[in-house]
Design a protein around this ligand. Sequence first.
Ligand code: F6P
Length: 360
Amino acid sequence: MGEHKRIGILTSGGDCAGLNAVIRAVVHHAVGNYNWDVLGIRNATLGLMQRPPQVMHLTPENTDGLLTMGGTILGTTNRGNPFAFPMPDGTERDRSNEIARGYHQLKLDALIGIGGDGSLAILRRLAQEGGINLIGIPKTIDNDVGATECSIGFDTAVNIATEALDRLHFTAASHSRVMILEVMGRDAGHIALNAGIAGGAHVILIPEISYKIANVCRKIRQRQDRGQNFSIVIVSEAVCTESGELVTKMEQFGESRLGGVGQYLAEQISHHSDAETRVTVLGHIQRGGISSPLDRLLASSFGVAAVDAISEGRYDRMVAWQNRQIVEVPIAEAIANYRAVNPQDTLVKTARGLGICLGD
Ligand code: F6P
């Protein structure tokens, strides 16, 4: 069975469906099969910064029922980089050593960090500088972590966006309108491309392919000329205006966030055609709710593989999904290769083959 271990697990960055399923899988395998102790660290690295470190003992009993549950029972944050931590007086301070001290104070043998590329980069630096044995698990609805075909949360987000398109079809057809759905994804167009094809969109706009409003309007007109009185457009939040500017809005804490390109498109389309437009911004609905079966499989497989890596003493790696296999890759490699949509990707060709307008 090997030596007894005490491991920590934390979720970092934006939440998504499937995080709790990973926590459950780690506990089932580490406690159930290896008889280790598992400590859940609260609110990402913030829990290790606090004194005493904020943790909860995880057991098969208290993680029962987590398979389908959205969010993360541990809490998370996508703010508060420990290397430039925002202080109440408005300054920033490097508090990274407090996190390493928290890890060692808890006498952890290893840490499982579930995060996107930003979180994994921070966790890796903390691990390198603070002597932390780290295993990474990729999660993000954006699906932009290099070295893995799928990250946890992506499939559920695609399902939700697809369902939204399915619903929009009926109301679009009833009112003869152009319905625009704005989806998340940051700089990567994976959600829009996948949901757009699955949900029968007529126009898919993603940041990786530049577009012209005239091409979008031509597609809408062609459909009208054939008696198809409505059109469905899906657009990624990081698609720029035609002149190349990102559309953002100010949020709390003085931070600007992506959002608003759907409205921009609606105005442009109604200005350059006679179509009546309406906009739906799907927002955080894409991150919530019950995880899809595929995300549960991925989360369960990643959780089990991460525990196995620790049992065999392999660290500084991220578990990844490639060709329906779990593999391990150096975290450095995974975060160095950002995974945007490749304009030559099979799904791009599929979209073109279906006559979907990609704006170019
Ligand atoms: O990275 C995940 C993501 O949901 C992006 O798709 C989106 O741009 C961003 O996070 C939203 O962040 P927040 O939850 O801080 O509004």
